[in-house]
Design a protein. Structure first.
Length: 94
């Protein structure tokens, strides 16, 4: 079974193309904001970790004071360690 290629522009009224372009730009902006927030959360968790003598105490604080599970917090923290201060992309585009 072969798939036919559909051009999205031909399936939407031309008067809606500018609005769809604006929506795509909005999505790109939200992605950039989300990535920055993800890194900021991880950076803040890394800072907080520095206040505790060990992982147990930090884990107790994290469980009580944040909505993140241990694996979630660890992902945030790893990403922040890798990307903090680096320019991620020039421009988000699809």
């Amino acid at each position: 079974m072969s798939k036919s290629i559909v051009n999205w522009k031909s399936s939407v009224a031309e008067s809606k193309h500018a609005e769809l372009d604006r929506m795509a730009g909005n999505i790109a902006s939200q992605i950039e904001t989300s990535v920055k927030a993800f890194i900021s959360i991880g950076y803040t968790l890394n800072q907080a970790r520095g206040f505790f003598p060990g992982d147990l105490e930090f884990g107790q604080w994290r469980a009580e004071m944040t909505p993140f599970s241990q694996p979630q917090a660890e992902r945030f923290m790893r990403v922040a360690s890798k990307f903090q201060g680096k320019k991620l992309v020039e421009k988000t585009s699809f």
